[in-house]
Design a protein around this ligand. Sequence first.
Ligand SMILES: [Zn+2]
Length: 232
Amino acid sequence: MLNEKSNNNVTVNQMPESKEEQKDRLTVIQPRTFQVPVGISNRHVHLSEEHIEKLFGPGYQLTKLKDLSQPGQYACEETVMLVGPKGVIEKVRVLGPARKQSQVEITVTDSFKLGVKAPLRDSGDLEGSAPITLVGPKGTLSLEEGAIIAARHIHMHTSEAEELGLKDGDKVSVRAKGPRGIIFGDVLIRVSDKFKLEMHVDTDEANAVGLRNGDILTAYIHQGHISEILSK
Ligand SMILES: [Zn+2]
């Protein structure tokens, strides 16, 4: 077989390609996959101790309604009203425990109803996020920032991340099958020894695809962001 070196050091085969060679060339490298259950987040608020007192009264403690799937997190009996320049949304669930900084998580649909230009953000990244007003039974709280649309993400225990070769901040793609099936690109991986494997999407994303709580989706681990891969 006659081979010759090209300028960029790639060996160029001068002979017609054999069937075996063609098969090798066309073999798609399979991405690694894992199964992940989905949890659908409705709009909700996380409150600081100070803001709990402002909305519910001095010394007030949140009342646990039920545990959420992530260990230590719970839904509370308490709700607040969200107020924006264009409208209000009543009975928005407070999640516990109290956090260092209050955070209001709404959907794109909610943002239109309220007239609040909430940016798409990872939880906790609140700098420069949207202003919003919360109304509780004992007071009103106007936040200069704190309203976000939470970016979809996968919670994962440290041992699961190790097993899969993933680290906090990595991104994967997740496929949801069905008549309105979709591939969710750039799904953020969040790793902690307090987390349990679960993908969180909001109600807008879930409803667009017809997802139900607990549906099992397939995640694909690949190099780079899916948007970069598709643009090649
Ligand atoms: Zn989450």
